[in-house]
Design a protein around this ligand. Structure first.
Ligand SMILES: [Mn+2]
Length: 579
């Protein structure tokens, strides 16, 4: 295996090595089975305070995620020793900001957390996990001291609790969890390392272990994912093929490694009841896709991309995915001077038709979704926005096979509101899924922040409510921490904030619908279409001759006076329901 050839296998891969490292790195929970795992009990505060701090982070050019490598930690000498395992020689500097007081009050006994973690991250060691070290590493607790997040109601001041999201509470005839169908994105939450075009990785996540082989590392990450899902209380997750498994030296090797990691995920799903909301293929990162994938000028690249999607669809199907997504990050152009736009659109349609055929061949029942975005990384992406994507689908007769995955930050990049994109997709019966995030009003690029504004969430939830929900889609947190947010607890804060925003928005939207002022005002505004001439127009029966006759007889509508649009009153209603 290539990682062996490059010297990635060391003594650290063995169970004993993991135990030694755990002793050396004070922030780690000792893996189960290590001789010193009976370390003295610590307070929750001490465990949280010993969360991984970013030490020295160096580039790892072999890291499958690319140039910005897996962060590697060097414990930093500090000023205060914590009562960790007896052999932990390192001391750590307590430089992080004070924790919310509620944190130290929660789960007074670490034992409760440990029990939870054991349930959250069951000891699944698939046939592929031959190294004892991997199994031990995967069985560790990755979020020590963080309890399962509970609903405490709007008056709670505990930041590690839900104020609005109460999963089993029934609203408008359905539990909140079924309206919202939240999902965690593997790529941001597990793989996001804080790097940007100007800087290296900033996050030193405890599941990253450079001593492991890439495949074993991928399995360990998968265990961290399921512990996170369990503690945050989210039922679904989403992935790209290359997020969850490394790229091999050949396509066959990539496929084999993907199968190995998917087997681990399958076992974890069986043990926890968690499900895949959607899977997708990463057709934008590797240099082979520099000119595009399905719209590449090179037929060999088209074929490679097709093979990758074929496999990604198959593993999504194997994991029981509810949807499969296509995001064409490189499907576009940088200049029309070298681009045959018509040929590329034809090829994109041919690619999608082949995907539909394969879906039917393998019996995948999930929905196929296209995800619009106007640009970034290309100057112009063909799936610019909901409108252009719907037009493309209709132009090639694909509208019955695909619906849309609307990402809010993509909507704003296209010059729309997310509410607009959801409303337009819903109008065409094509609202498939929401990638929940937001941009920053002061920046013009895709910042993928957690959407936390209750007014915005109310507007979006109102569309979702009117659409009758999103199933088989849901609300996927395609959102990442800021570069400078570097603790695992920040992942919880981000998701709690996002989940609470949508839950609050849903509560507001249900109340707004029950109040009925906005719908009544809208109905009144269009009342002229309810009968007579308007009803004939609605039915598509009115001819130009008939309409001309009515206009000649009726005079200028402006003279009769047109009703006010009442936008300001509508804003009062919206704010009245935004809590
Ligand atoms: Mn985005």
């Amino acid at each position: 295996m290539w990682w062996g050839e490059r010297g990635r296998v060391g003594a650290g891969s063995a169970a004993s090595g993991i135990c030694v490292r755990a002793q050396q790195e004070a922030w780690r929970s000792p893996p189960q089975g290590c001789a010193d795992s009976a370390a003295p009990p610590q307070s929750v505060q001490a465990v949280i305070s010993s969360r991984p701090r970013v030490g020295r982070i160096r580039e790892d050019p072999q890291h499958p995620w690319g140039g910005h490598g897996a962060p590697q930690r060097t414990p930093k000498a500090g000023t205060l020793s914590l009562p960790l395992s007896p052999s932990a020689k390192q001391s750590r500097s307590l430089t992080q900001p004070p924790l919310p007081p509620s944190l130290s009050l929660q789960t007074a006994a670490l034992a409760a957390t440990a029990t939870l973690a054991a349930g959250a991250s069951p000891q699944v060691c698939s046939a592929g996990s031959k190294k004892g070290g991997t199994c031990a590493a995967a069985s560790r607790e990755f979020f020590p001291g963080i309890p399962k997040i509970a609903y405490e109601g709007p008056d709670s001041t505990n930041p590690l609790a839900f104020k609005w999201y109460n999963p089993d509470e029934v609203l408008a005839g359905r539990p909140m969890k079924d309206w919202l169908r939240f999902s965690v994105a593997f790529w941001h939450t597990l793989r996001g390392d804080g790097s940007d075009p100007f800087g290296d990785a900033t996050k030193a996540w405890p599941w990253e272990d450079p001593a492991l082989s890439p495949v074993d590392q991928a399995k360990v990450r998968m265990h961290a994912m399921f512990e996170f899902l369990e503690k945050i209380g989210v039922e679904y997750w989403c992935f790209h093929d290359r997020d969850i498994a490394p790229e091999g030296a050949t396509l066959a090797e990539s496929n084999a490694w993907l199968d190995e990691v998917v087997a681990e995920a399958e076992a974890l799903q069986a043990a926890t009841g968690k499900k895949v909301l959607w899977g997708t293929a990463q057709l934008f990162k590797h240099r082979r896709y520099a000119h595009g994938a399905a719209t590449s000028p090179n037929a060999t690249v088209f074929a490679y991309a097709a093979a990758q999607v074929k496999k990604a669809m198959e593993v999504t199907h194997r994991l029981g995915g509810a949807n499969y997504v296509f995001w064409g990050g490189r499907e576009g152009y940088h200049t029309l001077l070298n681009t045959d736009l018509k040929l590329e659109l034809d090829n994109l349609a041919a690619f999608l038709k082949a995907a539909v055929a394969h879906k039917k061949r393998i019996g995948f029942k999930g929905a196929l979704l296209l995800e619009p975005k106007p640009q970034e990384p290309t100057k112009h992406q063909y799936d610019w926005d909901a409108g252009s994507t719907l037009g493309f689908l209709r132009g090639y007769g694909l509208e019955k096979e695909f619906s849309l995955n609307i990402e809010c930050n993509h909507a704003t990049l296209a010059g729309h509101s997310c509410e607009h994109e959801l409303t337009l997709a819903a109008a065409y019966g094509a609202l498939g899924n929401v990638d929940a995030n937001t941009g920053d009003p002061q920046t013009g690029w895709d910042t993928d922040q957690f959407l936390t504004d209750p007014r915005e969430a109310t507007l979006l939830a109102a569309v979702i409510l009117k659409n009758g929900g999103l199933a088989p889609g849901g609300i996927n947190f395609d959102a990442k921490l800021r570069r400078e947010s570097t603790d695992v607890v920040d992942l919880f804060y981000g998701h709690i904030s996002g989940m609470d925003a949508f839950a609050r928005g849903l509560r507001n939207a249900v109340a707004m619908a029950e109040g009925g002022e906005l719908e009544a005002a809208k109905a009144a505004r269009y009342a002229s279409y309810a009968s007579g001439l308007g009803a004939r127009i609605r039915a598509g029966k009115a001819t130009f001759e008939e309409l001309e006759k009515a206009a000649l007889a009726g005079g200028d509508p402006a003279d009769a006076g047109l009703p006010s649009g009442r936008a300001e009153l509508m804003e009062i209603y919206l704010n009245q329901y935004t809590r």
